[in-house]
Design a protein around this ligand. Sequence first.
Ligand code: 4AD
Ligand code: MG
Length: 436
Amino acid sequence: DAGADGDAAAAHPLPGTRVKVSGWVHRIRWEGAKLLFLELRDGTGFLQAVLTGTQCQTTDAINLHRESSVTLWGTLSADARAKGGVELRSDYWELVGRSPAEIEEVLSHDSNPDILLRNRHLVVRGTRASSILRMRSIITQCFREHLFDRGYIELTPPTLVNTMCEGGSTLFHLDYFGEPAYLTQSSQMYLETGIPAVGDCFCLLPSYRAEKSSTRRHLAEFHHLEAECPFITFEELLDRVEDLVVDVVERVMKRGGSLLASVNPNLAAMKRPFKRMTYRDALVYCRDNLIYKDEETQTHFDFGDDIPEGPERKMTDKIGEPILLHRFPAALKSFYMQKCDDDREVTESVDLLVPGVGEVVGGSMRMWKEEELAAAYKREGMDPKPYYWYTDQRKYGTCPHGGYGLGLERFVCFVLGIHHIRDACLFPRYRGRIEP
Ligand code: 4AD
Ligand code: MG
């Protein structure tokens, strides 16, 4: 029973049918010397097989360990005790690829985190890890369906670039045939150039950040769902972020079925509208709720201070519901952000914070006047040359526009109730880990 998309037992051939099944040995249970139960796994689901008599007495059977690949021939039989309601009564089987006894040390629940991480290529075969990967695939599908249903076009900007988007300190530098270049931090700027071509657009691509600090939320390579929309207002941007998250959670709940229940039985539909709170209100909230900039000296946050992850999460967990935190000071945010008309100190920017995880989305309206952008390059000390195409976006038929980026792995953590972001990845990348 693979869980998702209905009842796998119904898809099995009827009991009494003779079948050939290939897969991996997920679990082994001996009952005496002549009765061997195998739980098989083939990616579509699990099937219990029973081997009897001389089939259990071969050298291959006696030396069989978990994760061996096998092919079995036999007859299906209804059995209420077996997962999926059927059992395969094997009458002949072959070992395809053996698995050595050491597998037990790797896949033991007592293995320390480092052993598990070094052996991630084997750990992903386990029930929980493989269920998370399956759910991540469903979540990705739900994002695409949400955006396609609303008329967005998917684009694939390059991830090898010579411009920065989110500040110089987290850039990965590389040698691009002798020219300096970077791994992209965000595809946003390229999506902006896409809107006059295709209108509302999105991409789901890796972004890279040379994050010095290792937290349970930071990766060096993450998957970034980004969208960009022409001719919208800041209010509409907030609505779109809310709609995305609420609708995708609903879709995931519909599609996830028993697979979702096995990973996170507690996922609940999200209520609209989300709480909307300005940065200035957050300062007041922190003051009133004794969330300090510096615990020791009990210093409060003042306008212009970055509210770091820790206090921000404290606030979010205390409030206990998603928050669209918006209108951050210009000085704290990236060069391209549009300033608010009624308060030039702050920007039309937004972060979506969710309990347990913190920031999952960051977005903004973009500066859309050429002169303002030119002034921003100057203010930040940026050489405008490599950004000529970004500037041209403002030169040739500019328009108000905005968009957002959602960290897929953080969202997966939120939806599946995962504590550490590395468990949301096939092979996580963060400072200190480049293998497997
Ligand atoms: O807030 P960020 O830095 O915003 C941008 O990159 C914008 N250019 C996006 C846009 O408007 N198109 O990143 C957006 C989101 C964050 O909210 C977070 O969920 C995720 O990307 N993110 C990370 N996830 C894991 N590890 C990291 N090091 C991340 N950095 C950002
Ligand atoms: Mg951010």
